[in-house]
Design a protein around this ligand. Structure first.
Ligand code: ADP
Ligand code: MG
Ligand code: ZN
Length: 501
């Protein structure tokens, strides 16, 4: 569905005449094993309505219980965003009717959120940072999913009937809301994208969500308003819902800036409303008029205890907050001395974390990089899986590298060992032991093989003795074959030359 023709102002004119104000609302689905208030599993993509119970279906008489793991994730998110964590806060009922929400209210947090008043220093493309202030992060539960059938667009308009899947109802959600973002000027669309990108990377590093925008586990609403340059009072905002890729965040903000500028410059008023984003042409179109907080008749949830995390627990969780991923990337790039391009390739290939983990397990960075981007990437491609999904751990790769360094195996055998790990045969050292793949390090045995090969090739032996050193290659090759590739080729060569001198 494309929106009716909309007037847009040139972007360059927009930013000379108006100052944009942004507000980002990001919903993140936590990757807890079970739902927010019941024990139902949260696995993505299950058969509709197979992960439901009386609690998440809102049946009368059922009682919710808070998921401790979700509270822990919420606190860690708050800490990572430099927020204050509440000492005591209640859940609230947000009352509204929609078929995908079987209780007719959503359990959320209203004026007593778990985390408040933080900030995130967001890295921009040019290497500078932009501080985005965080108003709050609060816990709530996801709704079910409506599927509208029989229409052309998949929207409810024109559909013949609708289906409801409650598997997602009750999945833990954290909503992270920024304070109004001012001062971004012409960089506002970039700041919006960079903020969501940074947040996604951070949530991933916190290991609290799989942050897959295409699965809806990270969803973004972008509020945009304009005020004349020099003004201090914010203009009326629109809220573009469910902008579900990083690129789209930038496109949607830019579109709304251009549209609102065209409205304002011709004496019109911006209507406070939610808007739909259209992936196909990057436009937005009107949704519903905005409800106000009063419409939701919020009141404290009587069926749940308040959340009162004790200070020692919060401090303990503070210790689990990782280095910001973009700072860590910069530090590691510096340590490894690699270019921006190489680094970007490692990130895009999904190899960076694996390489780092391999280095952490004791391998030198160069070897760790080389294994993941060469042989293991090849194996992942053969199997059509992501690197991270290969059945080999960074610790096992580090172990293989250790075996090569210790000259227990050579590079060729190391690849066989990796193949065997991938085939589920266990850990590298054990495989080498079990299959007798260790390098022939018994000098006597090696010497015997060399003598045998020389005796079998008297003409070549003569050539070597006559000083044709390159002829030694054939003998080395025979010895390697005889030892099933398990000899140190350089050492064999030394023995061959010594025997012929
Ligand atoms: P709602 O429930 O209406 O979506 P929220 O408080 O959850 O309201 O989120 C509104 C978002 O918009 C916040 O990020 C807020 O900082 C931001 N915001 C508030 N006023 C404006 C404005 N005039 N222009 C742009 N963003 C705004
Ligand atoms: Mg909102
Ligand atoms: Zn349930």
């Amino acid at each position: 569905m494309s929106a009716p023709t909309v007037e847009l102002m040139d972007y360059a004119d927009v930013v000379t005449r108006y100052e944009p104000v942004l507000g980002m609302e990001v919903h993140v689905e936590l990757s807890t094993a079970t739902k927010m208030f019941c024990g139902c599993p949260t696995t993505f993509g299950a058969e509709p309505n197979t992960q439901v119970c009386p609690v998440c279906l809102g049946l009368p008489g059922s009682l919710p219980v808070v998921n401790q793991q979700a509270v822990e994730s919420a606190i860690r998110i708050g800490l990572a965003l430099n927020c204050s964590i509440t000492e005591w806060g209640r859940f609230a009922r947000k009352n509204y009717f929609y078929p995908d929400q079987p209780k007719n209210y959503q359990i959320s947090q209203y004026d007593e959120p778990i985390a408040t008043n933080g900030y995130l220093d967001v890295p921009l493309d040019d290497g500078s940072t932009f501080r985005v202030e965080i108003e709050r992060a609060h816990m709530e539960e996801d709704t079910g999913k409506s599927v509208h059938v029989g229409g052309a667009t998949g929207r409810i308009h024109g559909a013949s009937h609708s289906l409801l899947d409650y598997n997602r109802a009750g999945v833990p959600l954290i909503e992270i809301v920024t304070k109004p973002i001012t001062g971004a000027g012409d960089r506002a669309p970039e700041v919006a994208r960079a903020y969501v990108t940074a947040l996604r990377d951070l949530l991933k590093a916190l290991n609290v969500s799989d942050v897959r925008m295409e699965h809806g586990s990270l969803r973004c609403d972008a509020n945009v308003s304009l005020m004349p340059v020099g003004a201090s009072e914010f203009g009326t905002r629109t809220e573009t819902k469910n902008v579900n890729s990083l690129k789209s965040v930038e496109v949607a903000v830019r579109f709304e800036m251009r549209r609102q500028a065209a409205v304002l410059s011709t004496g019109g008023v911006v209507v406070q409303e939610t808007r739909h984003f259209h992936e196909a042409d990057g436009s937005t179109s009107p949704g519903r008029r905005k409800e106000t907080a009063e419409d939701y008749r919020y009141f404290p949830e009587p069926d749940l205890e308040p959340v009162a995390p004790d200070a020692a627990w919060v401090e303990q969780l503070r210790g689990t907050i990782p280095e910001y991923p973009w700072l860590r990337r910069a530090r590691i790039q510096d340590e490894w001395g690699v270019s921006d391009e190489v680094m970007r390739d490692l990130v895009n290939a999904g190899a960076l974390d694996l390489i780092i983990a391999t280095v952490d397990a004791g391998a030198p960075a160069t070897q760790a990089r080389s294994w993941w981007v060469a042989y293991l990437t090849e194996k992942a491609n053969e199997r059509g899986v992501e690197l991270a999904d290969l059945p080999i751990t960074p610790a096992q790769v580090a172990e293989v590298i250790g075996l090569v360094e210790a000259k227990t195996v050579n590079n060729k055998v190391a690849k066989q060992v990796v193949d065997l790990v991938l085939a589920g045969e266990g850990d590298p050292a054990k495989i080498v032991e079990d299959k007798g793949l260790g390098m022939v390090s018994d000098e006597g045995a090696l010497q015997a093989e060399v003598d045998k090969a020389l005796a079998a090739n008297p003409d070549i032996a003569d050539k070597i003795r006559a000083g044709k050193v390159q002829a030694a290659g054939k003998i080395v090759g025979d010895v390697m074959k005889a030892t099933r590739g398990q000899a140190d080729a350089a050492r064999v060569r030394e023995l061959v030359l010594a025997a012929c001198s």
